[in-house]
Design a protein around this ligand. Structure first.
Ligand SMILES: [Ca+2]
Length: 647
């Protein structure tokens, strides 16, 4: 019988209201019943279901009936009171309460138990109190849709519903309730002024039992287009809720049948406190789970969002660690836009990234992610290059964990003046940066024509060609010295043929070491060149050949360089026959920058005086060669020297 009455009452107001409001908060976009639940977040803003936030959470009250000892109290049975037309309230009933006796206890948890399973359980205050507080603390932030309190006692003549968004430190009112708003709170009654903070709708003493108090967070007066907007959050988000019951009132029939002491009726009692709402997920989740709670209760609304759209946090209030390429945004409840978080490109070398406003603005608001703690010896906003001291293994994709190999540089032969940090090598080739006169990918030996490997690099040989690398003694003949056709510095990277990987467009050398070849960019090479000094200096070099030649082209051959020239004049030749035709000459010396020395610019005529390798028939060019842009007077000068001077 009582269940039926309750259901009738609930259906009358509460349930209709619940259906209406939950439809509203769920967003119009979810009205599509054919859309499977699991797909609701796919490509659109979504939200978790609404439930009773009070379920499984116990309110705290100032007092409870029979807390310290048994109390006697009286009340009017409710059946008669439902019929407003029937006169009188009937005979009061009196009984006792004691929190230690299960049958007579009316503790705060009785307000939030199952409305349908326990329709007549209630909390009751101590006798005689006027001011009473009922507070419900949540372990995290929730979104409120509405509050329903079903009183057993007459409703208070004055009451305030408040919420806190900072775990109880500060409170703000949702609504004031009073039989006389202006007299009690100095506020206009919303029956007169729509949208006012105060209402007289729920403060009548009648009905003397099962009177409801209802608060709707989203009333027509404060309609919100986007439930995740800052305005909506300010209104709907809460961590604590409390009801301040400020003024008790008697059932008006009380005086007519006074047979008991009035104070036995002087208490507050509430059957049900229903707090509808959902966990708060910024439009990025459709499910929630329990956060930091052990006592799992059925039907309890959990507070931790199961985030989608690459978001994270209890409320999906931030992007997941590796998804901070754009600023975080809530889902848009109005347009349905999911506003997903975008993944940072970290080439598999970082577990997280952060959003950087300056990077974002510099990219024209396209990408602002900066990878955190690049692993695998990488660095850069996207972990897109090797750290100093490492070089890129071209055989591996940049995303490989071993894409960056440590530089293997000979410490004595390597230059560190330009790099303050550790020993470094060319980030693309692994070639080390050598001290003057030093060569080899690892800077572990002297250039051809240099000797005395040590702290200051190598010194030039004081002879026409090469000398003993340890003693500096000049080599006289060529028999003991095979042609050294492995270029000093090893293979020069052919950058034109190097495929440019999209993920590496940010390769930058902070030291301007552009990995160029002097064959293509001679202007970037610095070579110490021979000058045409005195006649005896020239003669002492015992050049095997002297020619005028135009440089036609230059080629990286991988293991060596070859320069094709057109011989225009032969001023002197040795054992190797030189005709006035096209032929190759072979630069022997390569700097650590990949430059050939001396510099030979294609298209230019040069006077070239150098040594030959009579066994292989190669004309050699090295640091001891005389290479000068051709001038007529220079040709004449050298011809004269050759004719008369060198005897
Ligand atoms: Ca109850």
């Amino acid at each position: 019988m009582r269940t039926n009455i309750l259901l009738t009452a609930m259906q009358h107001k509460g349930i209709m209201l619940i259906v209406f409001l939950e439809y509203f908060i769920s967003g119009r976009g979810e009205a599509d019943p054919t859309r499977p639940r699991a797909l609701r977040c796919s490509g659109r803003a979504c939200n978790p279901p609404v439930g009773n936030l009070a379920t499984g959470r116990t309110p705290v009250t100032s007092t409870t009936c029979g807390q310290n000892s048994t109390e006697l109290y009286c009340f009017y049975p409710e059946q008669r009171l439902l019929h407003h037309s029937s006169p009188g309230c009937g005979q009061p009933r009196c009984t006792k309460c004691n929190t230690n006796q299960p049958d007579n206890s009316h503790v705060p948890a009785d307000m939030t138990d199952d409305v349908f399973a326990n329709p007549i359980s209630w909390w009751q205050s101590a006798q005689g109190v006027h001011r009473e507080e009922i507070q419900l603390d949540f372990e995290t932030e929730f979104y409120l849709t509405h509050v329903i309190a079903v009183f057993k006692s007459p409703r208070p003549a004055a009451m305030v519903l408040e919420r806190s968004q900072d775990y109880g430190q500060t409170w703000r009112p949702y609504k004031y309730f009073s039989v006389n708003c202006t007299a009690t709170f100095g506020l206009q009654d919303d029956l007169i002024e729509e949208g006012s903070m105060c209402t007289s709708r729920y403060s009548d003493a009648v009905p003397c039992t099962r009177g409801e108090v209802i608060y709707r967070a989203l009333s027509p007066a404060n309609k919100l287009e986007d439930p995740y907007s800052p305005e909506a959050q300010d209104l709907l988000k809460l961590t604590n809720l409390r009801l301040l019951l400020l003024k008790r009132q008697e059932c008006p029939c009380h005086g007519s049948a006074l047979v008991e002491k009035p104070q036995r009726f002087a208490h507050y009692a509430i059957y049900d406190l229903i707090i509808r709402g959902s966990c708060f997920c910024n439009g990025h989740a459709e499910e929630c789970e329990l956060a930091n709670r052990t006592g799992v209760m059925e039907n309890m609304v959990p507070g931790k969002c199961v985030c989608r759209h690459n978001t994270a946090g209890d409320h999906c209030e931030k992007c997941a660690p590796l998804f901070n390429d754009q600023p975080w945004k809530p889902g848009d409840g109005k347009t349905g836009a999911p506003n997903e978080c975008r993944k940072c490109r970290c080439h598999n070398h970082a577990k997280s990234c952060h959003f950087d406003l300056s990077v974002w603005l510099a990219s024209g608001k396209r990408s602002g992610g900066v990878c955190d703690s690049c692993q695998h010896n990488t660095e850069g906003h996207r972990c897109q290059r090797c750290k100093p001291g490492f070089y890129r293994d071209r055989a591996k994709p940049m995303s490989a964990p071993d894409a960056c190999k440590p530089c293997a540089c000979q410490p004595m032969g390597s230059a560190n003046a330009t790099f303050s940090s550790s020993w470094r090598c060319h980030p693309r080739t692994g070639f080390c940066y050598c001290k003057p006169g030093v060569a080899g990918p690892r800077c572990d030996r002297c250039l051809v024509g240099y000797w005395g490997f040590g702290e200051h690099g190598c010194r030039p040989c004081d002879c026409a060609r090469d000398c003993d690398q340890r003693t500096g003694t000049c080599f006289n003949g060529y028999d003991s010295e095979p042609f050294f056709n492995i270029p000093i510095g090893g293979r020069i990277p052919d950058l034109v043929q190097t495929p440019i990987n999209d993920s590496e467009e940010e390769w930058k050398w902070n030291d301007h070491e552009q990995g160029f070849s002097a064959l293509r960019h001679p202007e970037k090479c610095v070579c110490k060149e021979k000058v045409l000094g005195s006649v005896s200096d020239f003669c002492q070099m015992k050049y095997a050949y002297v020619i005028k030649a135009r440089i036609l082209s230059a080629h990286d051959k991988g293991t060596h360089a070859e320069v094709v020239v057109k011989v225009k004049k032969v001023l002197k030749s040795g054992k190797v026959k030189i005709a006035r035709s096209n032929r190759s000459i072979y630069p022997e010396s390569w700097t650590n920058r990949g430059c050939t020395c001396p510099i030979l610019n294609p298209g230019t005529d040069y006077l070239i005086a150098g040594q030959e390798d009579s066994r292989t028939g190669k004309l050699l060019v090295n640091m001891n060669s005389l290479v000068k842009p051709w001038k007529a007077y220079l040709g004449k000068q050298v011809t004269d020297i050759l004719r008369t001077g060198c005897k």
